[in-house]
Design a protein around this ligand. Structure first.
Ligand SMILES: NC(=O)c1ccc[n+]([C@@H]2O[C@H](COP(=O)([O-])OP(=O)(O)OC[C@H]3O[C@@H](n4cnc5c(N)ncnc54)[C@H](OP(=O)(O)O)[C@@H]3O)[C@@H](O)[C@H]2O)c1
Length: 319
């Protein structure tokens, strides 16, 4: 009979005191480095590798896993992987985990599988909970601003999701600053404070510093979690000697060779110099720079191997 090794989390997983910070003006403590499931956790990826990455993460104090309805590929399959991981490893640790998911982008065909409507968000979250084998998520996001849906409809749905006990907190991702202001006010007026904003921030993309969105979050006590902090791998040594066949750029869908322009190469080279001066890796310098920005709660990394995650996590133990 096949026997599966039971996972037991490392006893010393909370030993790194530099690891945690409060999320804005809330009682929620998040790890400064969180793990994203956008890539590397789909049905096309080896389950054992996904499992090893999550075990390493949790064993080293990463308590926050970030998902969305359409992460995969195929759509939904990253949530299914999380569901299997809950069954195989993490069920005894459910209350030590902070799990988020989102809806907003393309998910299923027809008029109700995309956007910001109540119909889509409610149905999507119900599906997500089933795939993840969870009764509730810790955090549910509106994944994008939908100009075709009245903003109040999306926001009231977030309020009602919390009231229904399907999410403990709500967040907003990718909304422009003007809409974020409305969202913050609406949610505060309905006693469901906006916990966190999820936005793209890295050494190659600084819009939320430049336009004041990060400052707004800081001033209002909204947490800020930075996605694609390594610009999907550009801000590492992954592409120093060409395009590795197993890299995200080789897959060519979300990161394309044309993005590696001379200007990008020059900016990455500057980060590499800073890293060398500090005797740390390029990835660690890229992540460290984000964590230095006032108002940033956490960086949300992706990793296709345990070694990459190990490299990234060292940012929390190097000066
Ligand atoms: N809200 C949104 O709209 C949104 C959008 C995008 C992402 N996100 C969230 O943010 C998370 C992270 O995004 P991301 O995957 O783009 O993050 P990222 O950390 O910028 O990129 C991750 C990729 O970089 C490479 N990498 C990571 N660490 C490395 C290291 N130490 N050395 C060399 N290469 C390294 C790997 O690429 P290879 O695969 O080539 O090895 C890895 O898959 C997502 O999983 C998701 O949760 C949210």
């Amino acid at each position: 009979m096949e026997t599966k090794d039971l996972y037991k989390a490392a006893d010393n997983r909370y030993d790194n005191r530099q690891m945690y910070t409060y999320c804005g003006h809330s009682g929620v403590i998040l790890p400064k480095l969180s793990l994203g499931f956008w890539h590397n956790f789909g049905s096309v990826d080896p389950y054992e590798r996904s499992r090893a990455i999550t075990h390493y993460a949790f064993d080293h104090g990463i308590t926050h896993f970030d998902l969305a309805n359409n992460y995969g590929p195929v759509y939904g399959s990253a949530e299914e992987t999380l569901g299997k991981l809950m069954d195989d490893s993490f069920r005894p640790y459910r209350d030590e985990l902070f799990i988020s998911t989102k809806a907003g982008y393309d998910m299923w065909q027809g008029p109700y599988g995309n956007g910001g409507s109540r119909k889509y968000l409610m149905a999507s979250l119900n599906q997500s909970l089933k795939r993840m084998h969870l009764d509730y998520v810790d955090l549910f996001y509106s994944h994008r601003y939908d100009p075709n849906t009245p903003v109040e409809e999306t926001l009231q749905t977030l309020v009602d999701i919390v009231r229904a006990g399907k999410a403990l907190y709500v967040g907003i991702s990718n909304w422009p600053l003007e809409q974020l202001r409305k969202g913050y006010d609406y949610l505060a007026a309905h006693d469901v404070p906006l916990l966190i904003y999820q936005g793209k921030l890295n050494r190659l993309y600084t819009e939320h510093i430049d336009n004041g969105l990060l400052r707004f979050c800081h001033e209002k006590g909204i947490g800020y979690i930075a996605f694609s902090p390594l610009a999907q791998g550009l801000l590492t040594d992954r592409y120093v000697n060409g395009i590795p066949s197993d890299s995200r750029m080789a897959k060519g869908k979300f990161l394309r060779a044309e993005q590696l322009t001379d200007e990008v190469r020059a900016k990455v080279a500057a980060v590499r110099v800073e890293a060398a001066e500090r005797k740390i890796s390029t990835a660690q310098r890229a992540l460290g720079w984000i964590l230095e920005q006032q108002g940033v709660t956490s960086v949300l990394v992706g990793a296709s191997s345990v070694e990459q995650l190990q490299d990234n996590m060292a940012v929390l133990t190097t000066d």
